[in-house]
Design a protein around this ligand. Structure first.
Ligand code: HEC
Ligand code: HEC
Length: 345
């Protein structure tokens, strides 16, 4: 007699067992390939953040600079005589006690004319790979030169500026001590740029967290950082300045400017290169100390950080956030405020 055909229920049971065995095998292999993720290798609750794995780097506690150049640059940065009518200094728009900016939608220059874009902070500008919203300037020196000459900002003229500085014996002496050729256009620009390079703000709570102090952030702030990383904010806002090292389009996932008249200032990097692909492209701004410098964006159109975060999620990432997530992101951004000369900003 031939053996009876295998019954259907038995076949099912058999394949179920095989499937289970396979599942166990796969699970085992997975743990073996991914030892760091397996529960056996779980890290203790107090995780020390591995800086090298983070998209953001802490600001160094110390940047070596010539103290005499910094001090002279500090004076020049606050010197209204660099402007046409001796009324406006760099600090008029980049006030160090208000986060290095002026908290206005547009700034007002020496003659009362307004700027076409919002004033960014000068803090940590030395870490940006290019200066200005459109990345027009490669160096802080070139940026300073253009700010003094700008017919909107200061209306300065170099022969006049140098004459005015030479009338002050103290300037003549101080320049001579530092620069062999004394008061020159290049030396003024160099001293101011050196001062700007001294405007770095280390020791933010977030930097302390990056360096291993797990208590530096609250649970909500950590959650905010997680969203910042996982949703992709950090793909644009990254590196030591949490920005300042890339160009990106404003409005990757939609046209933020659709509701108002577009001005040439909105063209961003297109104004520098003339390339169609650079239209609406901007240097990604740094988010260090960002809480201190409302309003936000090149056009100052976001009054609050909450609004800026919502716009970013929608137009840069194509996502909408829960109110709690916006709140956590804002709390995280608030931990990026550092110190200047040992004091919190
Ligand atoms: C009337 C206001 C005003 C004055 C005065 C002024 N600035 Fe600015 N500053 C601005 C504005 C507005 C921008 C943005 C310009 C742009 O991106 O097109 C800017 C941009 C900058 C930036 C670029 C920062 C970044 O993140 O890209 C630096 C650095 C800077 N200014 C330094 C200076 C210095 C140094 C002086 C004095 C020599 C000065 N500014 C004078 C308003 C001003
Ligand atoms: C695709 C790149 C990109 C992504 C992703 C991105 N940003 Fe931005 N972010 C930019 C650019 C570019 C600007 C400048 C836009 C402008 O003003 O023209 C900016 C501006 C900002 C500003 C305003 C800064 C200031 O000083 O005015 C904040 C705050 C900000 N982003 C936060 C975020 C957050 C939070 C996320 C994630 C939800 C995010 N960004 C995602 C590119 C990006």
């Amino acid at each position: 007699m031939s053996s009876p055909p295998v019954s259907l229920p038995r076949l099912r049971r058999f394949s179920l067992v095989v499937l289970c065995l396979l599942a166990v095998l796969v699970a085992f292999l997975w743990q073996w390939i991914q030892p760091s993720r397996s529960p056996q290798h779980a890290e203790p609750a107090q995780v020390v953040v591995n800086v090298s794995e983070q998209p953001i780097l802490p600001i160094p506690l110390m940047v070596e600079l010539d103290a005499r150049q910094v001090a002279l640059g500090d004076r020049l940065f606050h010197e209204p005589r660099l402007s046409k009518n001796n009324q406006t200094s760099c600090a008029s728009c980049h006030n160090l006690s208000t986060g290095g900016a002026d908290r206005k939608v547009r700034s007002v220059g020496f003659s009362g004319a307004t700027t076409k874009v919002n004033a960014p902070t000068v803090f940590n500008s030395g870490f940006n790979f290019r200066q200005n919203w459109d990345g027009r300037f490669e160096t802080l020196e070139a940026q300073t030169d253009a700010s003094i000459l700008s017919p909107v900002l200061m209306g300065g003229e170099w022969s006049e500026v140098i004459d005015k500085l030479k009338q002050e014996p103290d300037y003549v002496q101080t320049f001579a001590q530092i620069y062999p050729d004394g008061i020159t256009r290049d030396n003024v620009n160099h001293a101011i740029a050196t001062f700007e390079r001294s405007l770095y703000t280390p020791n933010s709570r977030f930097d302390r967290y990056l360096k291993g102090d797990d208590t530096a952030l609250t649970a909500d702030e950590k959650q905010g950082y997680e969203i910042f990383r996982d949703y992709g904010c950090a793909s644009c806002h990254q590196g030591m300045n949490i920005g300042g090292n890339l160009y990106q389009q404003f409005g990757v996932m939609g046209n933020y400017l659709a509701n108002r008249t577009i001005t040439p200032a909105d063209f961003g990097r297109f104004n520098v290169t003339g390339k169609e692909s650079d239209r609406f492209v901007f240097r990604v701004p740094s988010l260090r100390n960002v809480t201190l410098t409302p309003p936000y964006f090149h056009d100052g159109s976001a009054e609050t950080l909450e609004k800026a975060v919502e716009v970013m999620a929608q137009y840069q990432l194509g996502r909408s956030l829960e109110p709690q997530q916006v709140n956590q992101l804002v709390q995280f951004l608030n931990t990026l405020t550092g110190g200047y000369q040992g004091k919190p900003l």
